[in-house]
Design a protein around this ligand. Sequence first.
Ligand code: SAM
Length: 285
Amino acid sequence: MGNAYQETMQLLKKYKITANKNLGQNFLICDETIQKIIEEADLSKNDMVIEIGPGLGILTQHLVEKAGKVLAVEIDQRMTSILNDRFQEQSNLEILQEDILKVDLKKKIEENHFKTVKVVANLPYYITTPIIMKLLEDKLELENILVMVQKEVADRLTAIPGEKATGAITYAIYYYSIAKKVISVPRESFIPAPDVTSEVIKLNLRKEPPIKLKNEDILFRLIKTAFMQRRKTISNSFMNSGLWREKQELLKTLEKVKISPNERAENLTLEQFASIINTIENEKN
Ligand code: SAM
């Protein structure tokens, strides 16, 4: 076992703490994976990094070396006091003890005036989706998001909408970014070992969305509703979105865009969802 393992064990012993499973605390102890993450992050002193859940700070120490500034947001007070102790001298590290879902990241980014902002994190798995959705929906000026997630979630996030392994979130990820898998990480690379295999993925934020859309909010409303009943045909599942008053109206829209009412949501591409939304919006005018 390498440095990260030894350091983690020493820190846990020194500060007499154990991992809190409820907070998704699985510490990464694989030097090779850490190296790969740092390489892929491709940091320079022009970059500000937002690290979510720094934990004991093993990854953090590499980030502060390469980046201009690291904002490390950690909910567990035990961890932030360790970090404050370990990194007292580190002038380019800001440690924030808060729930990442409640932090005004836009404000934090504006305060810091960096050319590029990147997110790097070994995420707490119990809130992977809300964190990623917050990063995307808050429309932050991010270059990319490099995160460790469960393998199953990685499959869904990097899928092409309408193909295998699609979920409602697949459409949002595809709309906002170009996603790729970076490295698969086995359970033994963590202490304690999680129940699942993990994967590092990278989302490169798009400058422009891949489709022209008249109303973003209702697109995602329709997608979310349809995926809540993904086994049903769209002629049924779409009705719960509240976008059509009667089935007849829905069938008319589907006929216009040449999509069969017997399709299931998971077989539709983002372009097809967009054509449905644009048709409804055109009819309003
Ligand atoms: N970065 C460390 C590493 O790679 O070993 C720890 C990663 S661990 C998977 C996830 C971290 O996220 C934990 O330190 C946990 O306390 C923190 N965390 C959990 N929920 C959080 C939240 N809502 N906001 C910020 N941090 C959170």
